[in-house]
Design a protein around this ligand. Structure first.
Ligand SMILES: *[C@@H]1O[C@H](CO)[C@@H](O)[C@H](O)[C@H]1NC(C)=O
Length: 265
């Protein structure tokens, strides 16, 4: 019995954790622009599991469609698009009907052209260095490229990579690049998030997990909730005891009737 209740508590705490851990959408390869016919993998990941999450999207072809519903091949909480098409441009997010929660959405742009801008998929943190790369489909990705922000040329980089140092909110905007003889990339929005006041562990290269937006639970209610769960747990355990007694009783009766019919034969 003790073991059961411990297991039950573990399950309950993991359910409770829903209110704390949320899923994010991970894009692989980690970019927001793709060439036509690229293969793209979209995964919904939570801290401890990815069960129950599905990938959804809005494109000009349709709003709120699920992976497998005319696009993508679902496999668990991952969605694979083997040959992405300009029509697949749009916003993508993770949704859990079980939890009624969504991740924040990520815009993906697919070009039929031959140049893309590689920029962070997620908002970047104030003070970080951000590197933008201008890539071509076929040639090595270190050709001279011109970078534009909100329509105006910022600068030309001989190797096709531009680093923005210690970004601030003034770096927010719509970026694109151009490689002469190959063409221009689509535009991508780069947003800069204010640094949180609490110290963070050192940030690794821009991760592609979108930050949570839903599944919030007011933290001041947590103590109350845990008390309620304890009461429910006690009730469940009591009920189980009752059922077990009843079941044992029924078994006795069944055994008696079996003996009785045996005698009859
Ligand atoms: C998807 O499209 C619907 C309908 O236009 C809209 O209400 C919803 O906000 C969109 N979702 C995202 C994540 O953009």
């Amino acid at each position: 019995m003790k073991e059961t209740s411990v297991r039950f508590l573990l399950i309950l705490t993991s359910v409770l954790r829903c209110t704390i851990n949320q899923a994010g959408l991970t894009v692989s390869p980690s970019r927001s622009q793709f060439f036509e016919l690229d293969s793209v993998s979209l995964s919904c990941e939570e801290n401890n599991s990815s069960a129950g999450w599905t990938v959804w999207r809005n494109t000009t072809r349709g709003t709120r469609t699920q992976c497998g519903d005319g696009w993508g091949e679902p496999a668990g909480s991952t969605c694979k698009i083997s040959y992405i098409d300009p029509w697949d441009s749009g916003v993508y997010w993770c949704w859990s009907s079980r939890k009624g929660a969504a991740s924040s959405s990520i815009p993906l742009t697919v070009t039929g052209g031959s140049v893309i801008l590689q920029s962070p998929v997620l908002p970047v943190m104030e003070g970080d260095d951000v590197t933008l790369s201008c890539l071509t489909k076929t040639t090595p990705s270190n050709l001279p490229a011109a970078f534009y922000k909100d329509g105006s040329l910022i600068r030309t980089e001989p190797k096709g990579h531009m680093t923005l140092h210690h970004v601030t909110s003034s770096d927010e905007g719509l970026y694109r690049c151009n490689i002469s003889g190959h063409g221009a990339s689509p535009s991508s929005w780069i947003s800069v998030e204010e640094k949180p006041s609490t110290p963070d562990p050192p940030t690794s290269p821009p991760s592609t997990t979108s930050s949570p937006s839903l599944c919030h639970f007011p933290s001041y209610l947590l103590p109350l909730l845990s008390k309620m769960i304890l009461v429910v747990l006690l009730l469940v355990l009591l009920r189980r005891r009752c059922f077990q007694r009843k079941f044992e009783g029924n078994q006795d009766i069944e055994e008696q009737s079996i003996t009785y019919s045996n005698v009859n034969e």
